[in-house]
Design a protein around this ligand. Structure first.
Ligand code: GLA
Length: 393
């Protein structure tokens, strides 16, 4: 090679190296979360998430609003798999606990993010009587029935229809539960509409009708950690619940039937208080729950949607409000998490690394005449709405 060509080649290589370095530097300075990078209006897209052992395919829908908030929903269990919201400095984090694969949801999930039904929470000994007829549900939580049984709504495949409006996107999920499924009477036609709004809210509208008298109590069972899933415990989150009464429980977490005042107990969250401040109290109710695992009787004014709870995470500045028309709210402080589950981001979930705020009717209502009724009859429509509203301080 003549010397002039060698010099030209060496120069060309040097220019390429500099160009690559400058491009890399520019890219590293402009790195933004993928959700923000896409820009533009709201969008919704679908991808294959996994295949069940019976060959059925499960999809994941990704909803995105114009501010960059992103929510992923599975057709398995209607699960909120991921919720990415900004902190006060604009940094996005996934604030809900979950898995990155279908098999973990099928085998190990403690109800992460799912639609919970037909009867969310507990029914004592799985028994109830309706119109003089006795019914028997599975005892899948010690002696009691929990969250719809062995194969509840959290493990069903939901039909999904995406939609898009001016500043929101959503998914209509439907599932028809046959008469007698998990022991419940009546064919229950169920519809859950998830909407991601432009102002960082996840709205959940539930609707159900039945062919025979039955009981129904639907909720969503998302666990939150506003620091980001897998990022430590939730003990520093400051919680406020708009309730001055609750339903105390027996040793198996079934309500005793009493509606008791919260004043003077470590369960009182009328003033914003860190979740960890009183969680290890020797109070009998706290010992029974292994922490917080109680139904709060909301002080609602009976005017439809009202703020039931507000949670502030001081380090990230992230705020979650739970807005609902339901009479009760189960506050569960993740006491059964034990570090054995590895979550979406690859990190393990220790005890109390997530909390749930489940809007609902009171546990064991089918056996308690003094609790609001959960009976649904043919011709009537079960309708309820809950919103997870995210913001920052
Ligand atoms: C609910 C219950 C808890 C627990 C979780 C799931 O919140 O109240 O006791 O069963 O679900 O692990």
């Amino acid at each position: 090679m003549p010397p002039s060509t060698r010099i030209r080649n060496t120069l060309a290589t040097a220019v390429r190296v500099v160009l690559v370095a400058v491009t890399a530097l520019a890219l590293s300075l402009t790195t933004v979360p993928p959700a923000q990078a896409a820009g533009g209006g709201p969008s919704i897209s679908k991808k294959h998430f996994g295949t069940l052992s019976n060959g059925k395919k499960i999809d994941v829908y990704t909803l995105r609003n114009s501010g960059g908030m992103r929510v992923k929903i599975l057709t398995y269990g209607g699960i909120l798999q991921s919720i990415e919201v900004p902190g006060s400095g604009g940094e996005f984090a996934n604030v809900t606990l979950g898995f990155d694969n279908l098999s973990d949801y099928v085998k190990k999930s403690p109800y992460f993010g799912c639609i919970t039904g037909r009867y969310a929470n507990r029914v004592a000994k799985g028994r109830f009587t309706l119109d003089g007829k006795r019914y028997r549900l599975a005892a899948n939580d010690g002696p009691n029935h929990l969250h719809g049984g062995v194969k509840g709504f959290d493990k069903r495949i939901w039909k999904a229809e995406p939609f898009k409006r001016h500043d929101s996107v959503g998914l209509v999920l439907t599932y028809t539960s046959p008469d007698g499924e998990e022991g419940y009477p009546g064919t229950l036609r169920t519809k859950v509409v998830y909407t991601l709004t432009g102002d960082n809210r996840i709205r959940m509208d539930y609707r159900a009708t039945t062919s025979r008298p039955t009981i129904v109590n639907l909720t969503n069972h998302a666990y939150f950690n506003l620091r980001g899933e897998g990022n430590g415990r939730i003990l520093g989150h400051e919680l406020q619940i708009n309730a001055s009464r609750y339903t105390p429980v027996d040793k198996t977490l079934i309500p005793t039937g009493r509606i008791a005042r919260l004043g003077g107990t470590p369960l009182d969250f009328r003033e914003p208080t860190a979740i960890g401040e009183r969680i290890d109290s020797r109070n009998q109710q706290m010992v029974r729950g292994g922490g917080y695992d109680h139904n709060y009787v909301l002080d609602s004014r009976g005017q439809g949607l009202e703020v039931a709870a507000r949670v502030v995470e001081p380090d990230s500045g992230r705020v979650l409000e739970v807005i609902t028309d339901q009479p009760g709210l189960q506050f569960y402080s993740g006491n059964f998490l034990d570090g054995t589950l590895r979550g979406t981001g690859g990190r393990s979930y220790p005890k109390r690394s997530g909390f749930a705020l489940e809007s609902q009717h009171f546990p064991d209502s089918p056996n308690r005449k003094n609790f609001p009724s959960t009976v649904l009859r043919p011709g009537d429509v079960y309708r309820t709405t809950t919103i997870y509203a995210f913001s920052t301080v």
